[in-house]
Structure formats: C-alpha cells, structure tokens
Design a protein around this ligand. Sequence first.
Ligand SMILES: Nc1ncnc2c1ncn2[C@@H]1O[C@H](COP(=O)(O)OP(=O)(O)O)[C@@H](O)[C@H]1O
Ligand SMILES: Cc1cn([C@H]2C[C@H](O)[C@@H](COP(=O)(O)OP(=O)(O)O)O2)c(=O)[nH]c1=O
Length: 232
Amino acid sequence: MSAVPISAPAGAGGRFITFEGGEGVGKSTQLRRLAERLQAAGVAVTVTREPGGSPRAEQLRAFLLSGKAKRYGTSAETALIAAGRADHVDRLIRPALKRGDWVLCDRFIDSTRCYQGVLGQAPERLIAGLERLAARDVMPDLTLILDAPASVGLGRARRRAGLDAAADRFESEDESFHQRLREAFIEIARHEPERCLLIDALGDADAVAARIWDGVVRRWPELATQTKEAAR
Ligand SMILES: Nc1ncnc2c1ncn2[C@@H]1O[C@H](COP(=O)(O)OP(=O)(O)O)[C@@H](O)[C@H]1O
Ligand SMILES: Cc1cn([C@H]2C[C@H](O)[C@@H](COP(=O)(O)OP(=O)(O)O)O2)c(=O)[nH]c1=O
C-alpha cells in the first residue's frame, strides 16, 4: 500500500486529529479503525497517545498513571502533563505533520481541560497558559469527542480489564465523577463546533467507525475520491 499524503494546501503539511472522551468509551479502538481507513485511502498516518507519545513523555506517563503525581497537587500534575506534551509535540507530532502525515492522537489538550481543569479544579489560567506553552502552533484540526453514558464506558473498561462489576478502580461511587467528565467534554464540543465533533459512541464498533468516517469525510471530502482511487 502506497503511503502518499493526500492533497493538502501547499505548505500546510498533514492534519492533526485527536480522540477524546471518558474512560473505556472506545477511543483507542476507533483511532485504530480510522488509521486503517486513512491508510487505505493512501494517507500516511502516525498514531500516538497522551500522556506519553515520545520516549521522555512515556516516562512521565508511568508516573502520572501510577497516581503518584497527584500527591504533588493538581497544578504540579498539570505542569508535568504539559512538560510531556511539549516534548511529544516537538519530537513527534510537529515533525510528522511537517512530513505531511496525518497524526491521530489518543487524548490531548481537552483531557487536561476536563480532568485537571474541570474535575481537578486547576486554575483556568494555568490550564490555558500551559496549553499554549506545550502545544504552541500545533492545535488539532479536528477533535472527535466520543460520547456515551458514563455507565457504558465504565462497563467497557471493566470488561477490557477483565474485572467484575464491583471491582475497585471503577467503583460505582466514581460514577458521578464520570458523569461530570462526560458533561465537561460535551461543553467543549458545544463551545468549539469548528474544531470538535461529538460522536455518539453507543452501538457496536462498526457503527461508531461509520459515524466517525462520515464526519471526517465531511471535513475533508477529497478523502472519498481518494479512497475510490486507491481501491482501483
Ligand atoms: N463500540 C463498542 N462496543 C462494545 N465494546 C467496545 C466498543 N468499542 C470498544 N469496545 C471495547 O471496550 C473496551 C474499551 O475500548 P477502548 O477502545 O480501549 O476505549 P478507550 O480507549 O476509550 O479507553 C475494549 O475492550 C474494546 O474492545
Ligand atoms: C492526556 C491526559 C490524560 N489524563 C488521564 C485520563 C486517563 O485516566 C489517563 C490515561 O489513561 P488511558 O489508559 O490512556 O486512558 P483510557 O482509560 O481512556 O484508555 O490519563 C489526564 O488526567 N490528563 C491529561 O491531560
């Protein structure tokens, strides 16, 4: 399969698409599906994730996901996420976009806005300032916000982890946290309709992938022709 970047305005490089939403809603699954579909259309794709994505940022990921970063307070945790993001953007995302790749990233700035900002109550100025510092000119062209009731994402995440319904990481008293998280993501989609697309994440993975592909092709109609040409 050839990996020729599809037409983009001269000098514009690739496209940057981020996947956002609550835990277990299907982001990683859908990111893989979209990557396959874009590759079938002859697009060069780089897939990545946050926290992490570059070797240095992956080291910070382990610390962040262990929960140890939280002990330093939400502001410090946010600063650490931003440090990882700056490295990820400089070493992986921006160079890939410059090559003309389409970069698909599992979580990015909106996760920080929701988890550390809305839920962690880190000051808005801190969130916004660190976002500009870390991402700079690299803002998503499109953000797919996968949306489903908290119980659905938690159920999927539990099954993925092989845990039963009473297992601890996703215990039921956390459900209000996940509900507020869902609302925070919906709010971002409402405020930034040019960048964000709210995707109904209910139904099987094929149905969700079809909704995402519809949205992506609406944004970049040339992909439809490109797919047909690549299949010939
Ligand atoms: N549409 C879907 N319906 C049912 N299960 C799904 C669906 N999409 C993903 N899954 C499963 O749910 C679990 C969580 O999906 P994943 O893509 O890892 O979510 P996330 O990246 O949002 O945490 C995985 O076991 C995955 O196979
Ligand atoms: C990118 C990012 C992630 N996170 C959190 C969200 C998730 O709980 C965790 C990433 O874990 P991960 O396992 O990648 O996510 P998921 O459960 O959706 O598959 O990090 C933040 O708190 N802030 C951020 O800026």
